[in-house]
Ligand binder design. Structure first.
Ligand SMILES: [Zn+2]
Length: 368
């Protein structure tokens, strides 16, 4: 059932609605789809009254999306003609077969080679993060819409017996589950800060890298082959002086851009900003673009597709302060370069297809 709200009534315009589109989807679970034209906001929902109220309230607050010009540092879209192909589709994420199933490892290898050149310490971490780290990092507060928290059945004889009985007769057992302290990790780098917090840290530059499955509760409408609820990410995290952090981020991004070009992919390297849900994050978002705190490498085979496959973040002293790394050395800064490995696979298959014969030797040589 479509709900029509004139933009005039909301005191807004199409541009702002488009900028805030992601936030609007998180106003109510009953929102299925949102469209906007020059005059109207059109929402597909079964709950007209509640959604209308939520949307009206939303637009009484200032926009979270300041329109600032992005700065493009590298761009090969002028040299490579645009083209159309297709991503690998599936409702829960890409299911890959044969040679394609080795692509994630192949890209990880290439990224690890770059990391190795910069003398990183490689790490391996579990997929769970504690409630404490989720809050200390600020993630839980900034992105409540993306959280996945685990629940479990207490190890108590009576409750376990009850669970067995109820499930045998196919009855509801939800009430027997208890929320735990564990969250599924939304990113990898917090593990590094957790670890560094328990040791004394010199002001010298330190680099770490780890890979893992990450989990984010996305709106069903926003899910796509390049936006999944579960995905693999490699991160390179660096801690040191402001100057070192800025330098190493640019060196890494420049190496990754070279890899992107060696693979023959079409796109650009640009400054960027993350969409934040809460309005109090407005300043933070502005700060992100103004200070070039975030860069992204965007795969863009044509005008309609712009997929970020790597991002370089400068976190200032924010995360070092939050995890109390700055107790002894008060001037530690940090940053990270993150790679969505599933997106590299999707970009590559979009460009080259699944037949290994057509793949560049750089990748072919890494396939089992
Ligand atoms: Zn990170």
């Amino acid at each position: 059932m479509l709900l029509y709200i004139p933009l005039k009534k909301l005191n807004t315009n199409r541009e702002r609605v488009l900028g805030d589109l992601e936030n609007l989807y998180y106003l109510s679970e009953s929102i299925l789809h949102i469209e906007v034209n020059d005059q109207m906001l059109i929402v597909d929902t079964l709950n007209h009254r509640e959604v209308k109220k939520q949307i009206k309230r939303y637009f009484t607050q200032p926009s979270t999306n300041p329109t600032l010009k992005q700065k493009v540092l590298e761009d090969n879209t002028m040299h490579i003609p645009s083209y159309h192909s297709s991503f690998v589709h599936s409702s829960t994420g890409a299911i890959l077969t044969g040679d394609s199933s080795f692509l994630e490892e192949a890209f990880d290898r290439l990224i690890c080679q770059i990391a190795k050149k910069h003398h990183v310490v490689f790490k391996h971490y579990p997929s769970f993060l504690s409630n404490k780290s989720m809050h200390v990092s600020g993630y839980a507060k900034c992105f409540p819409q993306r959280l996945y928290r685990l629940s479990e059945i207490p190890h108590e004889f009576d409750i376990l017996t009850q669970y067995r009985k109820l499930s045998q007769s196919h009855q509801d057992t939800n009430h027997l589950f208890k929320t735990t302290d564990h969250f599924l990790q939304p990113c990898i780098c917090y593990h590094v800060y957790e670890e560094l917090a328990s040791q004394s840290n010199p002001e010298l530059l330190q680099l770490y890298s780890a890979k893992g499955r990450c989990y984010r509760h996305e709106h069903p409408h926003r899910l796509s082959p390049t936006r999944l609820q579960e995905f693999t990410m490699r991160e390179i995290v660096f801690v040191g002086s402001d100057k070192d952090v800025k330098n190493v981020r640019m060196q890494l991004l420049s190496d990754v851009w070279d890899l992107f070009e060696d693979l023959g992919l079409r796109g650009y390297l640009t400054t960027s900003n993350d969409p934040f849900f809460l309005h109090e994050n407005q300043d933070k978002k502005f700060y992100q673009i103004a200070d070039n705190t975030k860069y992204e490498i965007i795969f863009s085979p044509n005008e309609d597709i712009h997929v970020s496959i790597a991002s370089g973040n400068h976190c200032g002293t924010m995360l070092c302060d939050a995890f109390q790394l700055n107790k002894e050395s008060p001037s530690l800064f940090s940053g990270c370069v993150a790679f969505g490995l599933d997106r590299w696979v999707q970009a590559f298959l979009y460009h080259y297809g699944s037949d290994k014969k057509g793949w560049p030797s750089l990748i072919r040589n890494l396939i089992v």
